[in-house]
Write a protein that binds this ligand. Structure first.
Ligand SMILES: C/C=C/C(=O)SCCNC(=O)CCNC(=O)[C@H](O)C(C)(C)COP(=O)(O)OP(=O)(O)OC[C@H]1O[C@@H](n2cnc3c(N)ncnc32)[C@H](O)[C@@H]1OP(=O)(O)O
Length: 259
């Protein structure tokens, strides 16, 4: 049995998906298959309330799709590869729980696209992010042309994609591509600290907030507000909502059950 290049470890309601494909965790078709299986594992596990995705080693989070696959690609294979990567990343984006990208090193091309499919990006100070696909005569194919502008705006997205420039972690934070920058070597600690904070909150409420934000993002405001009100009503029927209110009134921490 070949070693999986995306593995899952779970501790205290936090699942960590680690991509391990030395030297730079490049996303070959096999790595994407393994990543898809890892996502399926955490998707169906109700005891997982937060997911952290990271790359093994300290050189790269993920330095892109596996360029060694490129010389043999024809149009059909290229489209199939792009579509599969998009499918895996959209599955991550659609997870009914928060997903934190813990970036230590290069997050380039498909690696930056993977990070953008996560909800929140935490990067070590040495990290560099970018979409350098035009260096290779292609364009970002795992969602980068669609997600980058949603985070950094149209002009900056076009600048980064047209120039293939990398940005360091602080510049990435300044433009909205990364939410938090931490010292080298502490990115996983920072991700777990944020995960711990989130799992102390109502897990259904957090998952539903993600749904409202993501689904409402490109709706007309009236439809987004209607969705928010509907989801608020649904949460009022949950055991967690009763427990949350009761715990506040009894001045004690809530014991949420994701129900
Ligand atoms: C739909 C999605 C499309 C895409 O994602 S297209 C790919 C987008 N990504 C890139 O274009 C990044 C390409 N890589 C680089 O620019 C550089 O590398 C780095 C900045 C990441 C690191 O540079 P340095 O520190 O000088 O190392 P090094 O010698 O270039 O690379 C170390 C080894 O890693 C291999 N490698 C790097 N990136 C990839 C990749 N994306 N796919 C496959 N292999 C890669 C190299 O070839 C080399 O290998 P060896 O030591 O055997 O010569």
């Amino acid at each position: 049995m070949t070693e999986k290049m995306a593995t899952v470890t779970i501790a205290e309601q936090v699942a960590t998906i680690t991509i391990n494909h030395p030297p730079v965790n490049a996303l070959s078709n096999q790595v994407l298959q393994d990543l898809d299986e890892a996502v399926a594992q955490v998707e169906s596990n109700n005891d997982v309330w937060v997911v952290v995705i990271t790359g093994a080693g300290d050189k790269a989070f993920v330095a892109g799709a596996d360029i060694r696959q490129f010389p043999n690609l024809n149009a059909a294979d290229g489209e199939k590869m792009a579509a599969f990567g998009q499918q895996v990343f959209s599955r991550i984006e659609g997870l009914n729980k928060p997903v934190l990208a813990a970036i230590d090193g290069f997050a380039l091309g498909g690696g930056c696209e993977l990070a953008m499919a996560c909800d929140i990006r935490i990067a070590s100070a040495k990290s560099k992010l970018g979409q350098p696909e035009v260096n290779l005569g292609v364009l970002p194919g795992f969602g980068g042309t669609q997600r980058l502008s949603r985070l950094v705006g149209l002009g900056k997205a076009k600048e980064l994609i047209y120039t293939a420039d990398m940005v360091d972690a602080y510049e990435a934070q300044r433009i909205g591509l990364v939410e938090k920058v931490v010292e080298e070597g502490s990115v996983l600690d920072a991700a777990y600290a944020m995960a711990k904070k989130i799992i102390a909150k109502g897990p259904l409420a957090v998952a539903t907030s993600k749904q409202a934000i993501d689904k409402g993002w490109d709706l007309p405001i009236e439809q987004g507000l209607a969705l928010e009100a509907k989801l608020f009503g649904e949460l009022c029927e949950s055991e967690d909502q009763k427990e949350g209110a009761k715990a506040f009134l009894e001045k004690r921490p809530a014991d949420f059950k994701r129900k």
